[in-house]
Design a protein around this ligand. Structure first.
Ligand code: NDP
Ligand code: 2IT
Length: 460
């Protein structure tokens, strides 16, 4: 019997009806927020078992409170390009939940950014941050700015303008942004500089993902990718397997993808394909990470360049077809909704054993159902990629101490955190009668801590 064919009890049906009603209410209010609705639906579905066993959450209307952000800030971001022309983008910060600590979550600069994307990311962040065991609430921000093709000065001016408004809403004990798509060390540096200028004070812990000279943590750059692999290691261990000789695909070739590839290769895997938004490269004998790093980090070029120095590899200009390549482990590490039902079926047909979400919500609801129905080990984003924000929290701790830990200390903590997240998700999935379903496990383990805390704090 698969996860999805379980017999539904009367109590369970009652909760399902309650969740459906709640979902319809949310949908009626924000019908156009498709990504937010998708993330909400996934969350509500997986919380059914905990609502069956614990009536308090329903009595206290915890979900109705939780699903509405504490605060949403949108603002104008004007900036001047190198030719003196003024442009205007829209900036966002969604401060979703502060039960466990200051709002914490990245900033995304990408033309696809809108309120729906910000809200889905911030919602997921609440449970991810809860799972890390660190004292951090959930938030997310960004702008519909496209960094592609912009000069360094244009990026700097944009970041300064963005922070000129955002600074009044953040602080080391209020809200601590970091990077995400299109925002790395360079952008964090420009934003930190502007925050410091306006505040007239050195609040090292106001942003994470900083440069090492001014409070950044060793290991933060690698943490999301490495953490993803540490999590998959735990999944594999359960089946007495490891990374040795496994064939891996990662989508994307940014921060998360590159360090996931690096750790997977170190553990003996062969990474045969990766992509960017233009297309993907494939070499059945394994890609050269050194070349990918040169193209992406040193040259800031397209992944299509790869075949110029590696004629044995092939380049295809439709990135979404990357999932047609046979592999043991698939790691979507680019963006939301990269794997739809058809791609999921293709992966299953080609014998995939593990799918783990390095990116946020890269798999559609239908795709996840395909994996679960076929007993594929599936690791959801809020657990798998939590190593990045966990390490951000370690950066905040170092900033408070005015100390820097060694890379070994940070990595040891990261490994411990990822192992604990895995075992907590697994324990919750077993406790709530969905063994092997880490989506249910992660959402329940993340949710209960936040909900119980909201009740303790009297947010009723
Ligand atoms: P980067 O900006 O470093 O890299 C993003 C990669 O994904 C690039 O290769 C980019 O290609 C590709 N990509 C982005 N948008 C699209 C799109 N719409 N279609 C196809 N490809 C796309 O970002 P990160 O590596 O930091 O982030 C990747 C994912 O991981 C995101 O979902 C992010 O939310 C998530 N994440 C990041 C964390 C972090 O610490 N950075 C922590 C946890 C999750 P191109 O260059 O062509 O745009
Ligand atoms: O999605 C994420 O967890 C991130 N982009 C990292 C957030 C952070 O605060 O480090």
């Amino acid at each position: 019997m698969t996860q999805l064919e379980r017999v539904v009890s009367k109590e369970e049906q009652e909760v399902i009806d309650y969740m459906d009603e709640l979902y319809e209410k949310i949908k009626a209010r924000d019908a156009h927020e498709v990504e937010f609705l998708q993330a909400t639906k996934m969350l509500l579905n997986s919380l059914v078992p905990v609502f069956v066993k614990n009536r308090t959450y329903r009595e206290k209307n915890i979900l109705e409170q939780l699903i509405e952000p504490e605060r949403i800030i949108t603002f104008r971001v004007p900036w001047i390009d190198d030719n003196g022309k003024t442009h205007v983008n829209r900036g966002y910060r969604v401060q979703f939940n502060s039960a466990l600590g200051p709002y914490k979550g990245g900033l995304r600069f990408h033309p696809s950014v809108n309120l729906s994307v910000m809200k889905f990311l911030a919602l997921t962040q609440i449970f991810k941050n809860s799972l890390t065991g660190q004292p951090i609430g959930g938030g997310k921000g960004g702008a519909d700015f496209d960094p592609k093709g912009k000069s360094d000065n244009e990026i700097m001016r944009f970041c300064q303008s963005f922070m000129t408004e955002l600074y009044r809403h953040i602080g080391p004990d209020i809200d601590v942004p970091a990077g995400d798509i299109g925002v790395g060390k360079r952008e964090v540096g420009y934003m930190f500089g502007q925050y410091k200028r306006i505040q007239g004070a050195y609040h090292a812990g106001v942003l994470t993902g900083k440069g090492l000279n001014y409070g950044g943590s060793l290991g933060r750059t690698e943490a999301t990718g490495y953490g993803t692999i540490y999590f998959v290691q735990e999944m594999l261990k359960d089946r007495r397997e490891d990374f040795k000789n496994k064939t891996v695909i990662t989508s994307g070739s940014g921060n998360v993808a590159i360090y996931a590839m690096e750790k997977a290769i170190k553990l003996g895997a062969k990474v045969v394909a990766c992509s960017d938004s233009s297309g993907y490269v494939y070499d059945r004998n394994g890609l050269s990470l050194q070349t990918i790093k040169r193209i992406k980090f040193s040259e800031g070029a397209r992944i299509s360049e790869y075949v110029k120095t590696h004629p044995e590899a092939e380049y295809f200009d439709d990135g979404s077809k990357i999932w047609s390549i046979p592999c043991d482990i698939a790691l979507p590490c680019a963006t939301q909704n990269e794997i739809d039902e058809a791609s999921a079926k293709m992966l299953v047909k080609n014998g995939v054993q593990v799918v783990a979400e390095g990116a946020n919500m890269p798999c559609s609801i239908e795709a996840i159902d395909v994996f679960l129905e076929n007993d594929i080990m599936f690791g959801p984003a809020q657990a798998v990629n939590a190593g990045g924000v966990a390490c951000s929290s370690l950066e905040m701790a170092q900033n408070s101490q005015r100390l820097s830990w060694t890379v070994e200390q940070v990595d040891e903590q990261l490994q411990k955190i990822m192992k604990t997240i895995y075992s907590n998700c697994k324990r919750a999935s077993n406790k709530y009668d969905h063994p092997g379903n880490l989506v249910v496990g992660a959402n329940i383990a993340g949710f209960t801590k936040v909900a119980d805390t909201m009740i303790e704090q009297g947010v009723i």
